[in-house]
Ligand binder design. Structure first.
Ligand code: NAD
Ligand code: ZN
Length: 276
């Protein structure tokens, strides 16, 4: 059963979108969506400290498949071989070849209006002296490509490498290389700067995300199934600290029934309307 950190009443749950009710007529649905977008805009306008948590869904309209899909980049993906330290130790050439291939595919995609709207929101809030923090589970670098300045990247960044000996992180968007990358400082082998299965998040990165979630008065979760921990826990932390919580997602998530505001639809269509 979905946890309900806000202890919502049945009426509040219905307002957030009750799956047990028959689906509304298209016109009524559009009106309800417009009303929710207006409410989300109002809440954002009033917030002093905003935290936005994004997931793979934000990049879906750019053509980057979400994790749960069965196509594109994740086809023939073997997590045990490509996304574990053991797989890398067994065959670093194979792992790097796979990540370079993914980098090549990412060179073909561009940020979408959802990324752009979040970059604009960050600018607007900074200009008004309000706090804003973007926390992403995505590794594709599309938020930065759209103009977001310093997102907290919980799971790393595919365009960066990390030294297996001294931990030096380097690399930049668009870099494609042949063979195995070596550390500029100590010449040891570098690995992708990505959090693999079974690995812990970088403690400093996680602390930044926790601070953003716990100190915000408004948390917006966009395009994440909220199924991957510990990232999904940030939504609960914000709620437990009294923040208003809103969600934009193509379909319902485990949080839909308790969040203050849930908007079903594409982030690339909804976000630009929220950040006008
Ligand atoms: N672009 C990327 O960098 C990328 C892509 C796939 C997976 N991942 C990694 O895999 C894990 C997956 O967790 P996750 O929660 O981020 O993704 P997920 O694949 O578990 O869930 C994606 C969510 O996005 C929703 N969605 C799909 N298209 C959407 C759209 N156009 N607008 C709004 N919502 C949409 C889906 O309904 C789903 O709930 C993460 O750890 C992430 O690091 C990253
Ligand atoms: Zn090194």
């Amino acid at each position: 059963m979905a946890t309900d950190p806000k202890g919502k009443s049945p009426a509040a749950k219905q307002a957030a979108g009750d799956a047990s009710q028959p689906p509304p007529e298209p016109q009524a649905r559009d009106a309800r969506r417009d009303e929710r977008i207006a409410r989300l805009r109002d809440s954002l306008a009033r917030a002093r400290r905003v935290c936005v948590l994004t997931g793979a869904g934000v990049s879906a309209e750019s053509g980057v498949p979400v994790y749960r899909g069965n196509e594109g980049l994740y086809q023939a993906f073997s997590a045990a071989d490509m996304a574990t330290p053991e797989g890398f130790a067994r065959n670093p050439e194979k792992v790097w070849a796979w990540y370079i291939d993914r980098r090549r595919q990412l060179l073909e995609v561009k940020p979408n209006p959802g990324h752009a709207a979040l970059a604009r929101l960050e600018q607007l809030m900074a200009a008004q002296g309000r706090a804003f923090r973007l926390v992403t589970q995505n590794i594709d670098g599309l938020h930065q490509a759209a103009g977001s300045r310093d997102p907290v990247e919980l799971h790393g960044n595919i365009w960066k490498t990390r030294c297996t000996e001294c931990g030096t992180v380097s690399g930049q968007y668009g870099e494609i290389f042949e063979g195995l990358p070596r550390c500029a400082r100590c010449k040891a082998l570098c690995r992708p700067h990505i959090v693999w299965f079974g690995e812990l998040l970088d403690p400093a990165v996680w602390q930044s995300a926790v601070r953003a979630a716990c100190e915000c008065d408004f948390l917006l979760s966009v395009g994440t199934s909220a199924a991957v921990q510990p990232a999904a826990g940030l939504i609960h932390m914000a709620a437990a600290n009294g923040a208003l919580v809103a969600e934009i997602n193509l379909e319902e998530t485990a949080n839909t029934r308790w969040v203050d505001l849930s908007l079903l639809g594409k982030s690339g269509e909804i976000l630009p309307r929220v950040v006008e």
